[in-house]
Design a protein around this ligand. Structure first.
Ligand code: PGA
Length: 225
């Protein structure tokens, strides 16, 4: 599978910062021949997708979560219907920050993944070791056959303490025992210094902090050239 690098901006950036990121990104020639994806907060989707089109840069869009409900009376929820016209390629689902701060459960993530697929969006389902089996158990075969799984050890996220590469390799095997032959990516303190090692053992990475500054993100991708 083509390697995938997903920039997760989380709740950072305003419109002009988002526009600057895409414009700067687009001016650089990258030798990295995998897929690059950016996941902005919902209110920035318009700016980011317009700037991607305007600059013609080769970046795909992701959302950072989805409502567990379809269109309807669910105040504050962002449904698949609301995303029509933006056509994100991916939805990051069940990130540990969603589980911790917004109390999302394996069942919520399973509902989001079904809705994502119905909307033509590939779910990127985040798991930590302890709930690989429980999360897989909640998903339909269709979701398991059409998702990407991200191994996201919570201790490694935003801490600077990235997971040992050997452990990533063994958790990938654990994930594939439970999900089947899915692509597995890794997220947690990925930097310019360690990205290459992770891409040897898995299919891609999710980058949080090191994706915010566009120059830093480009440096990280250029290691892969
Ligand atoms: P981080 O975030 O790169 O800042 O550790 C990664 C993630 O949340 O996936």
């Amino acid at each position: 599978m083509e390697k995938i690098v997903i920039a997760n901006w989380k709740s950072n950036k305003n419109k002009s910062e988002a526009q600057h990121w895409v414009e700067t990104y687009s001016k650089n020639r990258l030798a990295f021949d995998g897929k690059v994806v950016v996941a902005p907060a919902f209110p920035l989707l318009e700016t980011v997708s317009t700037t991607i089109k305007k600059t013609g840069c080769n970046v795909q869009l992701a959302v950072q979560t989805l409502s567990s409900f379809p269109a309807g009376s669910y105040t504050g929820g962002v449904s698949i219907k609301n995303l029509e016209g933006f056509s994100p390629s991916y939805a990051i689902l069940g990130h540990s920050e969603r589980r911790r701060y917004f109390h999302e459960s394996d069942i919520d993530v399973a509902k989001q993944a079904e809705l994502a697929l119905e909307g033509g969006i590939t779910p990127v389902i985040c798991v930590d070791k302890e709930y690989v089996a429980s999360q897989a158990g909640m998903l339909s075969d269709e979701v398991k056959q059409n998702c990407i799984v991200a191994y996201e050890p919570s201790a490694a996220i935003g801490s600077g303490k990235s997971e040992d590469v050997g452990t990533v390799k063994s958790v990938k095997a654990q994930i594939q025992n439970n999900f089947g032959e899915v692509p597995v990516i890794y997220g947690g303190s990925v930097t310019e210094q360690n990205i290459a090692e992770y891409l040897i053992v898995c299919d891609g990475v999710l980058v949080g902090s090191a994706s915010l500054n566009v120059e830093q993100f480009l440096a990280l991708l250029n290691v892969l050239s």
